[in-house]
Design a protein around this ligand. Structure first.
Ligand code: ZN
Length: 439
């Protein structure tokens, strides 16, 4: 495996994907380049066996699928998410201080580490909705330069800061945008200029801050990768690469990337939505299959919920479970939780272990310390719409939900390879609890 090459591609994807809208846009371009056909939820689908397609919802979630044959066994799926904790720009964003500075009013999206957002160049990206003759149109906007900063208070004005500080999102986290000038609506004028329209054309916006520090590889032998949004674009990238390299034979390969995992997945484009179920049903119907065929195919399907995991922290090794200790570059992490916060059970864990072994990639296990509550993922949330054998995995990383996270560069390549094997394989039910694994 060429670790460096895979991670250079990942770095390019990360640098060009400041938020979910751009991540999906970049994945769509890659899928089109690979010869897949775009279909839309609002139009009829005429699908053919032997071909690949993709569909988006809200421009911030995407499902791509490759159909090997009409009488396929099931669906081999990997789901990840493309949103990250971030600050969203509010409406009427400009706040003037002493008639000298303009700062922007922002609010939290998801649960982030606040401190690392301070004292670094930031910019803004997202989508704007503009008026057209016939209705409305979406445009993506990325102000691709260092634009703003959230300045810390000097230690002389906050002597106790190093003993722990409670960041107030309304007070501490507002970015400095510009000097106060004569101009009104300087922020919206900038956005309109970048989008090639007038301020009066803009009906509404979804705009977010992002960290300008580009992704990089570091460590003595470039064994680590550091970037914003590794959770979960590292998995989304690996899933897409594995999907494109796969050779689906008996099952439909399905690459899903959802939005809004960081805020509970409960939106129309989140994992709790009908997006996956609707798509699988339409594949089934479009090929002339019955509802029974659909249910049988779900019983012979497998879903990998791929969302990054916590590696053992070099300065806090005590925070990790005593016997399940994932390290960066030691392979794919299979996550377990007795309360099923992670979907993995003995059956799905066993299937994932078999996939990794077939792919010749290492794997490790994660559980939270028994006295610590962990996060959850999209795996169990999506079960309420499409219930099937599901495993929760991730790549081990540090500083989750910082705007600059660290992960292992070898692990990217391991997941690409495991995804390739998964998307090429089939899991055929031969009685509940018994499965024929075809690689
Ligand atoms: Zn995540």
């Amino acid at each position: 495996m060429d670790f460096e090459k895979v991670n250079e591609e990942l770095i390019s994807f990360l640098n060009h994907s400041p938020n979910a809208f751009f991540a999906v846009d970049n994945m769509c371009k890659t899928l089109l380049d690979a010869g897949l056909t775009r279909v839309y939820e609002g139009m009829p689908w005429k699908l053919e066996a032997g071909k690949g397609y993709f569909v988006t919802r809200n421009d911030s979630a995407v499902i791509a699928f490759r159909i090997p044959k009409k009488d396929y066994t099931g669906f081999q799926m990997m789901a990840s998410h493309c949103d990250s904790p971030v600050f969203k720009i509010k409406s009427n964003a400009e706040i003037t201080i002493d008639n000298q500075y303009v700062k922007l009013n922002v609010e939290k999206y998801g649960g982030m580490l606040c401190a690392p957002w301070l004292d670094r160049p930031l910019s803004v990206a997202g989508r704007i909705i503009i008026r057209t003759q016939e209705g409305i149109e979406t445009r993506l906007v990325n102000v691709d330069r260092d634009l703003m900063i959230i300045p810390n208070l000097a230690i002389h004005m906050n002597r106790q800061v190093n003993d722990g500080y409670a960041f107030n999102a309304q007070v501490d986290m507002l970015p400095l945008f510009c000097e106060k000038g004569e101009e009104k609506d300087a922020f919206l004028k900038l956005i309109a200029h970048e989008a090639g329209c007038e301020v009066s054309d803009i009906l509404d916006t979804d705009l977010f801050l992002y960290n300008r520090m580009p992704a990089t590889m570091l460590g003595l032998n470039k064994e680590f990768i550091a970037s914003g949004r590794l959770d979960d674009l590292q998995c989304a990238f690996a899933s897409l690469q594995g999907f494109l390299q796969a050779d689906p034979k008996d099952s439909v390969a399905v690459h899903c990337v959802f939005d809004n995992e960081e805020v509970g997945s409960g939106t129309k484009q989140g994992a709790a939505s009908t997006f996956l179920k609707d798509t699988l049903h339409r594949i089934n119907r479009s090929l002339g299959r019955t509802e029974d065929d659909y249910l049988m195919s779900i019983a012979s399907s497998f879903l990998v919920s791929a969302d990054n995991a916590h590696a053992v922290h070099p300065n806090h090794p005590e925070k990790t479970d005593p016997t399940n200790r994932p390290y960066m570059n030691k392979g794919i992490v299979i996550k377990y939780s007795a309360n099923q916060k992670y979907t993995t059970d003995a059956v799905s864990g066993a299937i994932m272990r078999a996939v990794c072994e077939e792919a010749s990639v290492p794997y490790q296990t994660f559980t939270n310390r028994s006295d610590m509550l962990g996060g959850s993922t999209l795996g169990n949330i999506s079960q309420s719409q499409v219930a099937l054998n599901t495993v929760d995995i991730g790549l081990p990383q540090l500083a989750m939900h910082s705007p600059y996270e660290t992960a292992g560069s070898k692990d990217t390549a391991y997941l690409v390879e495991a995804a390739r094997v998964l998307f090429s394989s089939s899991v055929e039910g031969t009685g509940d609890g018994n499965y024929k694994l075809k690689f």
